[in-house]
Design a protein around this ligand. Sequence first.
Ligand code: V47
Ligand code: SF4
Length: 371
Amino acid sequence: MADLIGYIKDPLLREIAEKVAGGTRISPAEGIALYEKADLAVLGLLAGIVRRRINGNYAYYNRNFHIEPTNKCIYNCRFCSYHKPDGDPESWEFSQEEMLGIVKGFDGRNVTEVHIVGGVHPGHDIHYYGQLLRRIKDHRPSLHIKAFSAIELDHMIRISGLTLKQGLQHLRDCGLDSIPGGGAEIFDDEVRKKIAPEKSTADTWLEIHETAHNLGISSNATMLYGHIEQYSHRVGHMERLRSLQDRTKGFNAFIPLKYRKANNSMSWLGEVSVTEDLRNYAVSRIFLDNILHIKAYWPMTGRETAQLSLSFGADDLDGTIDDTTRIYSMAGAEDEHPSMPAGEICLLIREAGFEPAERDSLYNLINTFAL
Ligand code: V47
Ligand code: SF4
């Protein structure tokens, strides 16, 4: 593949391409140049080189389900189609019994992970969520619990009067295994203030993840793109993640999340194209040389874009989900009842020319035999 670089005519792009092929890190200015100047074919070529260097021909997936404890939220992010204030007739919350009931519904079924994320409930503190973690672990000790975005953590720890370190230590002791990537949005303060004015700051998001990493709790990172941000904001966001990863090595995966326009107050912006999605996967794969996995979260992208993204740097499709999330269908994603059996995920991966690899939540291989 590296021989093809000779066909790149633009001198700056050829220089960047040679760096990427040689395994040298690119600068933020070069990241912006890729977004601005490189066409889809060049980006696919370069992202493919990095992807194969890190992940070979594997495309990962896992067997998971979600619990969304509540859609009640004290914040009002402009892009969010999901949240309702406490007391709103469309607001809801599960009791701990009901959430445990969801976990028990998977008894005897081959799942390895539960992903728990919801709105920022005004009254639920760290002791409430700690108890939930303990009850899930008591019931099924081997289930990996990936739970609570940094925004939920910030609130639940603050109202409990603990420091971040104490709060995360407590949750870890209760059974928290890793932290999902939500709430990162875009780190640039100006853009963040416009799309999520009340939300925890970028510095807080990063501090929570760094504290967690230092306590041995790994995490994911997201980036919400395709709204009012510029390419420089995307690169600035990834640069902050890349430097944190240099210090801690605690991020498992990076998950670009395309802004979806249904039922929220930014709908007038529309949505970016699938081409832009693929270009964005590719630049993130090239830029984030120290985050091993790029996840195409299929309930949000749709199955076809997720499949295509494997040729533009993504190496992970998330999991089987089993119709347990509503966040994206409410924002306009095509799959109203997202659920994909492992066999179907494997087929999709094979059709794209890659080898399906079932993983656990920390990307240890579970198996690679054909399903
Ligand atoms: O932070 C909300 C995003 C995130 C919209 O870590 C929207 O494995 C697009 O972080 N259009 C929460 N995106 C979900 C999340 C996640 C999902 C899957 C896997 C993992 C993981 C993490 O959802 C929020 C926000 O960025 N979001 N509304 C919308 N209209
Ligand atoms: Fe609340 Fe999260 Fe929606 Fe923001 S994105 S309003 S924090 S549920």
